[in-house]
Design a protein around this ligand. Structure first.
Ligand SMILES: [Zn+2]
Length: 154
């Protein structure tokens, strides 16, 4: 078994690293096909632009496997502490969480019986307010997650 540090292609888990992004790209392909099938016009343009925007965000979150068999995420905006597959890709999968190929394990932190974690509740509140600035203006900034828990200064 020397040198065999990665699953063989006959292993049922072969390629597990890529299932979340494969799932997302497959759904976006379906949505792009549906968008381009619309009659030309503003609704078609909007539908195509929507999928293109999602693709641009998704493509910044890619998996790869190193020669020594380690699964890695190549993310431009995720921190390594976000887990694997990365949180962004897992949140994208959640858009189609009622699809038969969706794996509930991709979002157990959000969908667990006890509800989203404190950090995720902060993020959901910030998103509902329309960003950190609006959350700050609503005087909730003191309740925001500390920088050590996920903020990145650029
Ligand atoms: Zn990512």
């Amino acid at each position: 078994m020397s040198g065999m540090v990665y699953l063989g292609s006959d292993d049922p888990d072969f390629g597990w690293e890529f299932r979340a992004e494969d799932f997302v790209y497959a759904r976006l392909r379906e949505e792009m096909d549906a968008a381009t099938a619309l009659h030309e016009g503003s609704a078609r343009d909007a539908a195509v632009a929507r999928v293109e925007s999602l693709r641009l965000a998704v493509v910044q979150h890619s998996c790869y496997v190193t020669n020594d068999g380690y699964s890695q995420a190549r993310c431009f905006t995720c921190d390594a502490a976000c887990g694997f597959p990365c949180s962004t890709m897992r949140y994208f999968t959640r858009m189609w969480r009622h699809h038969p190929e969706y794996k509930p394990g991709w979002n157990t932190e959000l969908d667990r019986d006890s509800g989203p974690s404190d950090w995720q509740q902060d993020m959901l509140r910030v998103a509902a307010r329309g960003g950190f600035r609006n959350d700050f203006l609503a005087e909730r900034a003191q309740g925001q997650t500390s920088p050590s828990k996920g903020d990145r200064v650029t």
